[in-house]
Design a binder for this molecule. Structure first.
Ligand SMILES: O=C(O)CCC(=O)C(=O)O
Ligand SMILES: [Fe+2]
Length: 267
């Protein structure tokens, strides 16, 4: 990490407990070094998903815990730094997922699995992206409410799909008010925990255009404007600021799986 880094509390952003965003967590030289390691591995290390590809390091995560595999030194180095500088992990990070996204790729809104300690750290490399946090409990409650009111609407011939669209557009239940997004710049570290971990889904839209409208770390948007002004556009309908994703992003999701398999048969 670059010098001049203060306590992690200084990097809390927004009001949702708890999102921590640390710009320039690593230098550009360190970013290049990481990318070098990531792309020097054999092609078989990559697993192709529908919307991205990934490398899994640290072992296989099962519901009951981790079948461990030693992390390579270059990942030990960066994960050790994350642990030391955040002081949020009770023991060493032992699992890293490396995701690679083309400009039109993303990751569906999801919650990380139950095997992980509920603090997630994500290092971003190479290209900026917007990550969205959406409350899942509220979503469920509102969907249910909507479903019951849709039953009443069905006599008017309105399909539930249309009703759901209406619900989204008019933001009944003020779902939109509870959403927030972060702009993740290259070399930054995002850490999320507490409610952001337990009650929210996180996801990245699989679109080449990302809206900055709900971004809460606004100072990063300024950087983006300076950095690639030509890639900023406004959405014609809503006039919200957007940016065009033009290059491949790589991220390292670094987590701790507290339960590690000690021998062949037992967790
Ligand atoms: O690439 C990212 O920033 C998000 C990755 C993620 O959510 C995950 O690996 O579970
Ligand atoms: Fe995730």
């Amino acid at each position: 990490m670059e010098q001049g880094y203060g306590p992690v509390e200084d990097y809390v952003v927004g009001s949702l407990p708890t999102l921590i965003y640390i710009p320039n967590f690593i230098t550009e030289a360190e970013q290049s070094e990481l990318l070098h390691h990531i792309y020097e591995v054999s092609a078989t290390r990559w697993k192709n998903m529908k919307k991205r590809r990934l490398q899994n390091w640290g072992g296989v995560v099962h519901e009951k815990g981790l079948l461990p595999q030693e992390l390579p030194p270059w990942l030990v180095k960066i994960t050790k730094r994350i642990c030391e500088n955040t002081s949020l992990f009770p023991s060493a990070i032992n699992h890293v997922l490396i995701n690679e996204y083309l400009p039109d790729q993303g990751i569906m809104p999801h919650q990380d699995g139950p095997a992980y300690f509920p603090v997630v750290s994500i290092l971003s490399l190479q290209a900026p992206v917007v990550i969205d946090f959406t409350p899942h409990q509220k979503w469920r409650e509102c969907s249910e409410k909507e479903r019951s009111s849709t039953e009443g609407l069905s006599t008017s011939g309105q399909s539930s799909e249309v009703a759901m669209d209406d619900f989204l557009n008019e933001s009944a239940c003020s779902l939109k008010d509870d959403q927030c997004s972060l702009l993740l710049m290259p070399c930054s570290l995002l850490v999320f925990k507490d409610q952001a971990y337990s009650d929210y889904l996180h996801g990245i839209q699989d679109s080449t255009v990302h809206s900055l409208a709900n971004v809460i770390n606004v100072s990063e948007c300024m950087k983006l404007e300076e950095w690639k002004e030509s890639h900023l556009t406004t959405n014609g309908k809503t006039q919200e600021h957007c940016f065009n994703r033009t290059s491949t992003r790589v991220s390292l999701t670094c987590r701790l799986v507290p339960k590690v398999r000690k021998n062949l048969f037992k967790f």
